[in-house]
Design a protein around this ligand. Structure first.
Ligand code: HEM
Length: 510
């Protein structure tokens, strides 16, 4: 009896050892991929490859990629390879390679490497789609974001700006440091809620309004969820087999109800408004974006709701973190803050003291401050592409295989001393017209680049500029000691965001 048990136990151990040996051999063989393809690579570690801290939920992926970029740069490489688990990822560093991938040879890299579960509702949005479906939808949605449309939406946005003034005044009266990150998140949630969904969402008056709670929870990711997402992108076939899903019932119900109610209300009352929702409704009703011609193919209800969700998700936190970082840097650099305030005052004086679409466009130094903030704290610290057809790197004996994931190391490039001496220093002078001209165009890409860049760039910039002008013309900011310094970034989030709150002292300006 015991002898049989021992033998079985012995067999079991042999099998486990054999499986382990084969697995390790497989992993090691996988980790030869970049060597076989003649691409320099950083030594990966079994089992997570080069993103161990990210997979363990300890470090934000964008920061890890910046560190990887810096390591590769010190070795003098023009590009390099890494691994996520066993999946090879290509990282172009030479800015001409980056330009080729994002723009010149875009047709080889038009997709993103995402895992989409076909059964998930709200997945058919622009960020996720690939191939012809992406191209058609992008063409349909592009007219939503022209400067003419932004100008028309300005009034809807301006109403939120008045609400921001009131909220800031209430906070100021408490005579305590202000939690600027939360104030700005409420402001952008209100704008995007009203522009994407056409709703009065009360995030400015109520701290825990339904919309703000929804926005706060939308990006919350447990360690397990963050692991699951990376796993699904790395092993899409296994994820498909396991039917992994990332849709949350609360998110789907909230968006679907919201969108349905809004459409019903507008269609019943024959009511239209200058906002994204109206433009999407026009597309649903098989009209072009301006509501008159027909473009042949309409948006389904799910597609409409998916776009509204992605506008909401991509639109509020990117801009609120940008403004938060800008005010933080301005609070630490009082001379820059003063110069900017002088510009705001003088431009507004020329425009009858009114904040208008045109007055905001006239603020050149404001753009420099925003660009320098984007350089130091890019909300999207990296972006990705997927190679859709074998591609030869022009001056190398290297072919990137169809199906390869590509990471564009935005933050790594933004901190590269070759383009930005003393990269950690906040200095808006780097973005004067003259200094911009002296750099490669792809040395700065907070909104990505090429045909698949950020579709909402104009909207993001406009709401951010509006928020900053509104606050800076009335308040002077300094850093309060409750703020964690040096600044740390949240390890698990979709965008680069500060860990903890950013507390600023606000002093009223007469
Ligand atoms: C400060 C604000 C923002 C920043 C920094 C930002 C950044 C980015 C970046 C880096 C990308 C990827 C681009 C690429 O891969 O080349 C992106 C894509 C995208 N963004 Fe933004 N974004 C901002 C605001 C917005 C807003 C306000 C909206 C919508 C209202 C929006 C909607 C989108 C969408 C739909 C995509 C996917 C585009 C596609 O794949 O065709 N973004 N954004």
């Amino acid at each position: 009896m015991f002898g049989l048990g021992f033998l079985l136990g012995g067999n079991f151990i042999t099998v486990v050892v054999a499986v382990l040996v084969v697995t390790i051999a497989f992993w090691k063989w996988k980790y030869q991929y970049w060597k076989r393809r003649n691409v320099p690579y950083l030594e990966p570690r079994i089992p997570f490859g080069n993103l161990t801290d990210v997979i363990r939920g300890k470090k934000f992926i964008g920061i890890t990629l910046k560190d990887i970029y810096e390591e590769m740069k010190t070795r003098g490489w023009k590009h390099g390879g890494i691994y996520t688990f066993t999946k090879p990822t290509y990282i172009p560093m030479d800015l001409d390679y980056v330009r080729n991938i994002m723009t010149k040879d875009f047709k080889y890299f038009m997709d993103r490497d995402v895992y989409v579960n076909e059964n998930d509702p709200l997945q058919a949005h622009l960020l996720n789609l690939s191939g012809t479906r992406w191209r058609n939808l992008r063409a349909k949605l592009t007219p939503t974001f022209t400067s003419g449309k932004m100008k028309a939406m300005f009034q809807v946005m301006a109403e939120s700006q008045e609400g921001l003034q009131k909220m800031m005044h209430e906070e100021y009266k408490k005579n305590e440091p202000v939690n600027i990150k939360e104030i700005l998140a409420r402001f952008t949630t209100n704008i995007i809620g009203s522009c994407a969904f056409g709703l009065e969402c009360h995030t400015l008056e109520e701290e825990d309004s339904e919309f703000r709670v929804f926005g706060r929870n939308l990006f919350k990711m447990t360690r397990l969820e963050s692991f699951k997402r990376l796993f699904a992108v790395t092993f899409p076939e296994v994820a498909k087999f396991l039917d992994l899903s990332f849709s949350r019932k609360d998110v789907v119900d909230f968006i679907m109800n919201m969108v349905q109610d809004t459409i019903d209300h507008r269609e019943k009352n024959n009511y239209t408004r200058n906002d994204f929702m109206q433009l999407l409704i026009n597309l649903k009703n098989n009209k072009d974006i301006d509501g008159d011609g027909h473009d042949g193919k309409s948006l389904s209800m799910d597609e409409l709701a998916s776009q509204a969700l992605v506008f909401f998700a991509a639109g509020f936190e990117t801009s609120s973190t940008l403004m938060t970082f800008a005010l933080y840097e301005l609070a630490r650099n009082e001379d820059v803050q003063e110069t900017l305030r002088r510009e705001i005052d003088s431009v507004l004086d020329k425009h009858d003291k009114q904040m208008t679409y045109d007055s905001i466009q006239d603020m050149k130094y404001l753009s420099q401050v925003i660009d320098e903030t984007f350089r130091l704290h890019p909300p999207a610290a990296f972006t990705d592409r997927k190679c859709v057809e074998d591609y030869k790197i022009p001056d190398q004996d290297v072919v990137i295989e169809k199906g390869t994931q590509v990471f564009i190391p935005i933050m790594g490039i933004h901190y590269d001393e070759e383009y930005y001496p003393e990269p950690r220093r906040f200095d808006p002078e780097r973005f004067t017209d003259e200094n911009k001209k002296s750099r490669h165009n792809y040395a700065f890409m907070p909104f990505g680049e090429g045909p698949r860049n950020c579709i909402g760039m104009r909207f993001g910039l406009l709401q951010s500029k509006m928020g900053l002008v509104s606050l800076l013309k009335n308040y002077k900011f300094t850093v309060n000691k409750k703020t964690m310094e040096p600044l740390q970034y949240q390890p698990r989030n979709f965008v680069l965001a500060a860990q903890g709150e950013i507390w600023l002292n606000a002093e009223k300006i007469n």
